[in-house]
Design a binder for this molecule. Structure first.
Ligand SMILES: COc1cccc(COC(=O)c2cn[nH]c2)c1
Length: 246
């Protein structure tokens, strides 16, 4: 997978050189290309923002540098034979990121990320981009960050860990709870007793059917308490009558 990231702070993405993602890049599973929006400005101050039409506080990112940068991203994709990248714009106004969406993004050959700052990007940038690319405005949660960079790191990590060869144990990726639509239940490791606290007996029993049942029950109970709306979103028949009653 090829990932383009457009930002005024490309150095923000040094963490992508590390560990999980760093190895994936070394293996050629993932290729990340950083674009500095200021490289596509033409004034001495390399200006990327201006005051909002209609007034109001803060600044808006100017359309010209974005248009030129996204044209360059698209040209690079075309040169490498990819017809049109999917452009992801992290924004508080976006659709909430889910594991389903991360799985969908992981199937894309080419993703581009537009990191907004200030009060956002001139809307015409997205309108123009939609003429040439699929564009998705994505939120990672109901709070406001200073810019899209941290959200892009979150989305890239959620996607990259789904790529084959990135996470050592692929099984841990496929059966992890959000893949099943539930929250992950509690996990334990040695020692069996720690500060007087014991590991649930069933986990030491070696009875794999009972262990699987207990883990699913814990996941359902935790989901019912913390995220009941996830239970409601499960496909009909996902829970047995016994599990519904938990
Ligand atoms: C594109 O315009 C803007 C404007 C303001 C901030 C941001 C950064 O994204 C977030 O703050 C965010 C993403 N998901 N939850 C919060 C982008």
């Amino acid at each position: 997978m090829h990932v383009d990231i457009v930002s005024i702070f490309p150095e923000y993405f040094r963490p992508l050189e590390l560990s999980l993602i760093g190895k994936a890049r070394a293996r050629g599973v993932l290729d990340v290309h950083l674009w500095d929006l200021r490289d596509f400005t033409h004034d001495p101050h390399r200006t990327v923002d201006d005051t909002p039409y209609g007034g109001g506080p803060g600044m808006v990112m100017r359309p010209e540098p974005w248009g030129e940068t996204l044209d360059a991203v698209r040209a690079e994709a075309a040169r490498l034979g990819v017809d049109a990248p999917l452009l992801i714009v992290p924004t508080p106004a976006g659709e909430l990121l889910t594991q389903r969406a991360a799985e969908r993004y992981a199937a894309e050959p080419w993703l581009a990320f537009a990191c907004g700052r200030y009060e956002g990007i001139d809307e015409r940038v997205l309108l123009d981009a939609r003429r040439h690319m699929r564009v998705e405005e994505v939120s990672i949660g109901d709070y406001v960050l200073a810019g899209g960079e941290a959200a892009t790191l979150v989305i890239v990590e959620a996607v990259a860990r789904l790529l084959p060869g990135v996470v050592g144990n692929q099984a841990s990726v496929l059966d992890d709870s959000h893949a099943q639509g539930l929250l992950e239940g509690p996990a334990y490791t040695k020692p069996a007793v720690w500060r007087g606290l014991e590991v649930p007996e069933v986990l030491l029993s070696g009875n794999h059917a009972a262990i699987a049942r207990w883990r699913r029950e814990q996941a359902i109970r935790r989901t019912a308490v913390r995220r009941p709306e996830l239970l409601d979103a499960l496909p009909p028949g996902s829970l047995t009558p016994h599990e519904e009653a938990l």
